[in-house]
Structure formats: structure tokens, C-alpha cells
Design a protein around this ligand. Structure first.
Ligand code: UGA
Length: 429
């Protein structure tokens, strides 16, 4: 059975949610406050780099199951279900800022039909279902929590193949109505209370961040004792209780979710009288990782980076996205600049527009070879596959000194060393 759905907010979560719900056969109206963005989306012009999303939006527009409007109320007035997918940025004290959620709920409250279900997909602290209920000022509609677990770069795939669907509701009937929307996905359902659903989202991101911080710390130990972290992870991962996923060392975790959600979780615990010491440790290991990467680069140049030229491959927080928010790559480059690097020339296949204020102090170039011209050291910061397949003899010829610090263990050390490079990866000799 198909339904009339409104989606409020067209960021990574909202746009992907709207597009795949239309793909599942529902009629979806997506709302945003940015007039230009809505106009672009109605023309099928998707403003983010996300595999498969252009096609899904195009399909929705062609079948007329997907449309975009300005303003939450306009989208919600005819809907049976309204998904709130607005941002919950980090507030000044580390807590999640709920003002966008409150505003959206207050705007749609007066226009909702009785029995509408408002579904919160934004990542919100425990108890936020109540915040939405209050802002709606309606006692004839239902509020349900349905956290989203998609990853940037594979958002469409993750939505269409979810590991699980979590629904937090006070009444079973609302939960079942929401579950029916996703029936064709045949995913395991976790139906629970709203507080547990909200906690599941934070706990999942906090746990994944913990895995990455663990492996980054482990890589440091491996370097100290002469072990190879990739072999160690292989040996650990066959244990089904541990697994292989999320154990790739790197320059630290970043993006629009882990940094904000781990801090929010520490804050939520603190608010309720618990010191989440373990998670604070996970966050500080991550922040130290940026410094460690800068230290590695200075060790590679055998002294200070001051006055030297750095080439960089990768700016985004991970491959297959154009997202620069809280990118470890940028954090590392910022530290190298602060330590005196005179030029930082960077290439990233996802970044064509160098105008972002996040890129201050970095010269963005249009191809990977240009990033290496005259460089004293090359730092690999994001795991784009194309970096593996470049002409390393050419790279060596362009550099002032052929030296590579590979913070993603992306390259084959023996192969680049054969071409005359000094090479350093993470957690391996
Ligand atoms: C993360 C979660 O994985 C999603 O399940 C969740 O829905 C999303 O946050 C969210 O809350 O919206 P995302 O931020 O897109 O997704 O990125 P991840 O793929 O989780 O990567 C996060 C960071 O960890 C990146 O900087 C990545 O490079 C790093 N990472 C990840 C590693 O350094 N090593 C790994 O093995 C895995």
C-alpha cells in the first residue's frame, strides 16, 4: 500500500529518505527553506555527491511521486506521515541544538490532519520525542522516533538495504503504521519505546567511533612493537564477536555525525549524572590522532615542516563524498600550516569548488599530479581508490623529495619504495 509522505529538510538524510520512499512507491513531498535548492531539486539537479541519488531523484520526478516545495507546512498539509530530517547541530556546550526541530514542528502543527504520524529521523537526545510533541501543540497526532543509519557516500544503498529499522513509539499501532512504510525492504524491525530508539542511534555511532579510535591507538602500539596492524586486525576479525568492519586505521574519524554525536552522548550522560569516561577517551584519542599525523609528517621530513611544501591527496572526511565538514584531512593540514608549512597544495576528486572557508590556507588543485609539484612530502589523507592507480614514477619526478606519509594505508609500500619513495603508513613497518 502506498502513502502520502512529507519530508522536512533535504540534507543527506532528508533527500535520500524522500527519494527512496518515492522509489518504494509512496507519494513524497520534500520541503526545504532554501528557495534556490528547491528549484534545483525540482529540475533534478542534486546538490550533493551521493552514488545513485541523481537517478533516484530523476525517477521520482518522472513518475511524479517526488516533488519539492518551499516551507514545511506546505509539504505537511496533505500528508499521512511527516518525516523530520532537519539538522541538529552541536550547541556551544556540546549538546545537540534542537531549535530547527522545534521550529519545524511548530510550523507543521497547525496544518496536520488528525491521526498524522510525525516521525523524527534527525539525531536527537533522549526525550526529544516529547519536545516534538510539545512544539506540535496537538493531541490528535502521533510522534514516533525512527533513527537513520545511512552513511554518506553509500546513502542510497544503505537506505535500500538497511541492517535494521528501529522504530520508537509509545503505542504499538503507530509503530506498525510506520513499519508498513518499509515493508518491502524486508529488514529486521526493532520496535521499542522512543527513549530506547533515540539512545540506539547515539550508542551505535559512539560504538563505531570507539572501534576506529581503538584501531588508531592499536596502530600506535603496532608501530612501537614492530607489528603490522593489518595483520593484527585480520587475526582479530575472524572472531565473529569482533568482525573486520570499522577497524581501518586512519587520520581520525570525522564528518557531520561522529564528532557531534559522541560529544552529545557524553553530554547526555553528564546531564543524567554519569561520567562517560570511556567515550571521552575515545574522543581525545581522536583529537590526538590529528597531531600524531602531523608528527609523522615532520618525522618524514626529518625535522620541522617549517618553510616546506606539502602536497596532499584527499580533503573530504572520507572517500566517495564531497563533504568537508569536520574532515580529519583538513585538521591535519591545518596543523601542518600552524607548524609553518609554507605551501599546502591539495587535490580531492570530490572537491571542485575551493571557495569553502574550511579550505583557508590550502591551495586546491585540479589533478593529483599538480598537488605534488615541488612538494617536500606528500600526505595521503582520504582513501579515494584512484590514488592507488597513479603513475608514481611521474609523481616522484614532480616532487622536490619523493616522500609519502600514507595516513590511510592506501598504497603498497613495497611498490612505492621501488620507485624511490620514502614511505610511512600507519601501524606497520
Ligand atoms: C556515520 C555512521 O556510520 C552511520 O551509520 C550514521 O547513520 C551516520 O554516521 C549518521 O549519524 O548520520 P558517516 O558519518 O557517513 O556515517 O561516515 P562513516 O562511514 O561512519 O565514517 C566516519 C568516519 O570514520 C570517517 O572519517 C571515516 O574515514 C572514519 N573511519 C571509518 C575510519 O577511519 N576507519 C574505519 O574503519 C571506518
Amino acid at each position: 500500500m502506498t502513502h502520502r509522505i512529507a519530508v522536512i529538510g533535504t540534507g543527506y538524510v532528508g533527500l535520500t529518505t524522500g527519494a527512496y520512499l518515492a522509489h518504494l512507491g509512496h507519494t513524497v513531498v520534500c520541503a526545504d527553506v532554501v528557495v534556490d535548492k528547491v528549484a534545483r531539486l525540482n529540475r533534478g539537479d542534486v546538490p550533493i555527491l551521493e552514488a545513485g541519488l541523481d537517478e533516484l531523484v530523476q525517477e521520482g520526478l518522472e513518475t511524479e511521486r517526488l516533488s519539492f516545495v518551499v516551507g514545511a507546512a506546505k509539504a505537511a498539509e496533505d500528508a499521512e506521515f511527516v518525516f523530520l530530517c532537519v539538522q541538529t547541530p552541536q550547541g556551544e556546550d556540546g549538546s545537540a541544538d534542537l531549535s530547527y526541530i522545534r521550529e519545524a514542528a511548530a510550523e507543521i502543527g497547525p496544518v496536520l490532519a488528525a491521526e498524522t504520524i510525525v516521525i523524527n529521523k534527525s539525531t536527537v537526545p533522549v526525550g526529544s520525542t516529547r519536545v516534538v510533541e510539545q512544539a506540535l501543540e496537538r493531541d490528535d497526532v502521533f510522534v514516533v522516533s525512527n533513527p537513520e543509519f545511512l552513511r554518506e557516500g553509500s546513502a542510497v544503498h544503505d537506505c535500500l538495504n538497511p541492517d535494521r529499522i528501529v522504530i520508537g513509539a509509545d503505542d504499538q499501532a503507530s509503530a506498525m503504521r510506520v513499519a508498513a512504510l518499509f515493508e518491502s525492504l524486508k529488514a529486521p524491525l526493532v520496535i521499542t519505546d522512543p527513549s530506547s530508539a533515540e539512545t540506539i542511534k547515539y550508542a551505535s555511532n559512539a560504538f563505531l567511533a570507539t572501534k576506529v579510535s581503538f584501531v588508531n591507538a592499536l596502530a600506535n602500539v603496532c608501530e612501537a612493537v614492530g607489528a603490522d596492524v593489518r595483520e593484527v586486525v585480520l587475526g582479530m576479525g575472524y572472531d565473529k564477536r569482533i568482525g573486520f568492519e570499522f577497524l581501518k586505521p586512519g587520520p581520525g574519524w570525522g564528518g557531520s555525525c561522529f564528532p557531534k554525536d559522541t560529544k552529545a552522548m557524553v553530554h547526555i550522560a553528564e546531564d543524567h549524572g554519569y561520567d562517560f569516561d570511556l567515550l571521552r577517551g575515545v574522543i581525545s584519542v581522536n583529537e590526538e590522532q590529528y597531531e600524531r599525523m602531523a608528527d609523522k609528517v615532520e618525522r618524514m621530513v626529518e625535522g620541522s615542516i617549517s618553510g616546506l611544501t606539502v602536497g596532499a591527496w584527499g580533503l573530504t572526511f572520507k572517500a566517495r563524498t564531497d563533504d568537508l565538514r569536520d574532515s580529519p584531512a583538513i585538521e591535519v593540514l591545518r596543523r601542518l600550516r600552524a607548524r609553518g608549512a609554507s605551501v599546502v597544495r591539495a587535490y580531492d576528486p570530490g572537491v571542485a569548488d575551493a571557495s569553502s572557508p574550511l579550505l583557508k590556507g590550502v591551495t586546491v588543485v585540479a589533478d593529483p599530479y599538480a598537488a605534488c609539484e615541488g612538494a617536500d612530502v606528500l600526505v595521503v589523507l582520504t582513501e579515494w581508490d584512484e590514488f592507488r592507480w597513479l603513475d608514481f614514477a611521474k609523481v616522484a619526478g614532480l616532487m622536490h623529495h619523493p616522500r609519502i606519509v600514507d595516513t590511510r594505508n592506501l598504497l603498497e609500500p613495497a611498490a612505492v619504495r621501488r620507485r624511490g619513495f620514502a614511505y610511512d603508513g600507519l601501524g606497520r613497518a
